[in-house]
Design a binder for this molecule. Structure first.
Ligand code: SAH
Ligand code: MG
Length: 192
């Protein structure tokens, strides 16, 4: 069934996490005993299903603004019988109010809003929790901006570079980068 979702994503050009990236994330969840996850950007529910499948006491809240993808995600979550552990919200994550604390916040939505998502949702992060952000490389264009040719690509590269600078200069959080998938950032609160 997961292969079908992967195939659907491929055919419909939906940017779900790459295999090594999602495997790393699931391993991270297992090793750090993560139980409550907030995801920004569900798409069709692929990463939420993978994360919820790590252990049966894991709960995922996930937000998606695109109606068609949201509906597909609801369908997929139901197919996997995970309706009681994955709470999917249809809406723009910038306007959504989420209650409660999470030990992992996974940001995988529009690359231009990462700073906003980070600042908005850090109040929902458990004291010892992690914020993981996907797509820090943009297929290598961030590391080598000369590869960005279109205006759109240049804009995205600039926004991701700004986000990296924001993380590197953050007084509250420490961040490390892992080159899996399209590169992820793992941020955690500094301790006094
Ligand atoms: N995490 C998914 C892939 C997400 S793709 C997986 O790996 O399976 C990114 C998704 O974020 C897209 O479906 C897009 O519609 C959604 N998105 C972008 N900006 C958003 C926003 N402001 N609020 C909610 N969803 C958003
Ligand atoms: Mg992504």
């Amino acid at each position: 069934m997961l292969e079908e979702i992967e195939e659907y994503a491929k055919v419909n050009r939906i940017p779900i996490m790459q295999k090594d990236g999602i495997e790393y994330l699931c391993e991270f969840i297992k090793e750090n005993d993560i139980k409550n996850i907030l995801e920004i950007g569900s798409a069709i529910g692929y990463s939420a299903l993978k994360m919820a499948s790590v252990r049966d006491d894991i709960k995922v809240t996930t937000i998606e603004r695109d109606e068609e993808r949201y509906k597909k995600a609801v369908e997929n979550i139901h197919l996997f019988n995970l309706d009681d552990r994955i709470n999917i919200i249809w809406g723009d994550a910038m306007d959504t109010v989420v209650d409660g604390k999470f030990d992992l916040i996974f940001i995988d939505a529009s690359k231009g809003h990462n700073i906003d998502f980070f600042n908005k949702y850090k109040v929902n992060l458990d004291r010892k929790g992690y914020i993981i952000t996907d797509n820090l490389s943009f297929h290598g264009l961030v590391e080598d901006p000369s590869l960005a040719v279109t205006k759109n690509q240049k804009g995205i590269v600039r926004k991701i570079s700004n986000y990296i600078a924001f993380l590197d200069n953050n007084l509250e959080f420490d961040t490390e980068y892992v080159s899996v998938g399209d590169k992820i950032a793992i941020s955690r609160r500094k301790y006094e």
